[in-house]
Unconditional design. Structure first.
Ligand SMILES: Cc1cc2nc3c(=O)[nH]c(=O)nc-3n(C[C@H](O)[C@H](O)[C@H](O)COP(=O)(O)OP(=O)(O)OC[C@H]3O[C@@H](n4cnc5c(N)ncnc54)[C@H](O)[C@@H]3O)c2cc1C
Length: 448
């Protein structure tokens, strides 16, 4: 039986630029398939010797999604395929953006188990780079994947499920688009919940001395340390069933307007102004960081989980982040502090500190161990290559694994030591894509 496949939308002359502006490329063709059959058609009809890369939200800091030949966006392949209210497993089309998910799940009383600090990524992009939030009891997105379907280099569909072959699923979940085009992702969701957020400033020493203890005591614990100061802003988010009373009394409910004032006007707006001053007068950086840390007033509010987890990020920056074994994390932060002092750097951006549970996803940055995530940023106007290598050395020496979507210069030999199943992944890639239909220069650095 033959079926007619419509030609997918194709644009030429388009430029792909990532969120931070560090990656810019003009693929010969940019495809926007609206069906899985169209994805298969693109892969099958790709001229010999050409490669194709799939992009999600374009929010990675490296060329991990970029390609000079063809690129595919799954923006038209978005929405829910299936919801199982009993198991709370939800199957999404892979191009679904995270910020659309709450409205899809609300009628079913479900939610994503945990989230990072933004929600503009696609489902496939988030799992493919091991994107994570914070919370010692919760894994990153990849750890919640219970099923996945991808289109391989022959254009055939391959389905993976945790019920039939968990090892195979765990091997292909974090794959950076190197094995094929992911078209569907099934995730383990949870009952919808609220978060009680409590924010305030504390001494960095206290935060580091109590990191593990506090991470275990609070559902979602995170801190932002302002370099050249001894202060950090801490955020403790407690999960509450909708309607359940908040311990310590009911706080204000965070409305849209409050959110705009706090996140956009005060957060992003004031921060952008401070960065502009720091750029004009770098010597003022420690003082400005001190003012920023001091200005973090204690804050307590409650909202639906996704409203608290994710906030807009309007100030552009470059980022490096490593997952360090939980117990080694606080000392690694202290070493970064000493390194910055030794080099007399002036860094106007806070470091972000988070934790996650261990998982068993082969290339997850938390595979096999609880992690402390340490993220180092510089504003877009600063040259990341001047600052990131020494920080990478510190974090690598502490046993850290770099975030797959953030800046680093490590390669195959390093990863073979970090990930017990790395060679198995490379062998699978060899078998599934021997001609590198899904290859790129960046993937060559990572996987050979
Ligand atoms: C402001 C900002 C905040 C961030 N916050 C966090 C955070 O809190 N936690 C965290 O862990 N990370 C964070 N990140 C990093 C971000 O989550 C990851 O880089 C993520 O991969 C981006 O998702 P995306 O949809 O934009 O994917 P892209 O960057 O477009 O792609 C990422 C990878 O996924 C692959 N891919 C995408 N779609 C498919 C598909 N359908 N099939 C196969 N492969 C595919 C691409 O080829 C590429 O290898 C942040 C980034 C920014 C810019």
């Amino acid at each position: 039986m033959s079926t007619t496949i419509s030609n997918p939308e194709m644009r030429t002359g388009a430029t792909f630029r990532n969120w931070s502006g560090s990656v810019s490329t003009s693929p010969s063709a940019f495809y926007y398939p609206a069906t899985i059959e169209e994805v298969q058609h693109i892969v099958r009809t790709l001229p010999a010797g050409r490669s194709v890369r799939t992009v999600g939200g374009g929010h990675s800091f490296t060329p991990v999604a970029a390609g000079a030949d063809a690129m595919i966006s799954l923006d038209k392949l978005a929405g829910i395929v299936r919801i199982d209210p009993e198991t709370k497993r939800v199957r999404f089309l892979a191009g679904t953006r995270l910020h659309r998910i709450p409205e899809y799940l609300q009628p079913f009383g479900l939610a994503l188990a945990n989230q990072g600090d933004i929600d503009v990524q696609s489902v496939a992009g988030a799992i493919s780079t091991s994107t994570h939030g914070t919370g010692i009891e919760w894994t990153g997105f990849a750890g919640t994947v219970t099923g996945l379907s991808l289109i391989d280099a022959s254009g055939d569909r391959r389905d993976y499920s945790i019920d039939t072959d968990p090892d195979a699923l765990r091997l292909v979940t974090v794959s950076l688009g190197a094995l094929g085009v992911i078209v569907e992702v099934e995730m383990q969701c949870v009952d919808a919940f609220d978060l009680l957020a409590e924010e305030g400033a504390e001494s960095l020493d206290t935060v580091l001395d109590t990191w593990e203890e506090r991470s275990r005591a609070v559902d979602h614990y995170e801190a932002f340390w302002f370099p050249h100061t001894g202060r950090a802003m801490v955020k403790s988010n407690t999960r509450l069933a909708p309607g359940a009373p908040a311990p310590g009394g009911e706080p204000k409910v965070r409305g849209r307007f409050t959110r705009f004032i706090e996140d956009d006007l005060i957060g992003n707006g004031a921060f952008a102004a401070a960065l502009a001053v720091a750029r004009a007068v770098p010597r003022a950086t420690p003082k400005l960081n001190g003012i920023a840390a001091g200005a973090m007033a204690a804050n307590r509010y409650r909202s639906r989980a996704h409203d608290v987890f994710a906030t807009p990020r309007r100030v552009r920056f470059h980022e490096m982040e490593f997952a360090v074994p939980l117990e080694a994390g606080p000392e690694a932060v202290r070493e970064i502090r000493r390194e910055m002092d030794r080099r007399n750097w002036l860094i106007p951006f806070p470091l972000e500190l988070r934790t996650t549970a261990a998982d068993d996803v082969a290339l997850s940055t938390s595979t096999g161990r609880e992690s402390m995530y340490i993220a180092f940023h510089v504003p877009k106007a600063m040259n990341p290559h001047e600052f990131f290598p020494p920080i990478q050395d510190v974090l690598h020496a502490a046993g850290g694994r770099p975030h797959w979507g953030k800046m680093h210069t490590l390669g195959r030999a390093d990863f073979a030591e970090m990930y017990p199943r790395f060679d198995e992944f490379c062998a699978l890639r060899e078998q599934m894509d021997p001609t590198r239909k899904f290859g790129s220069e960046h993937l060559k650095q990572l996987f050979g």
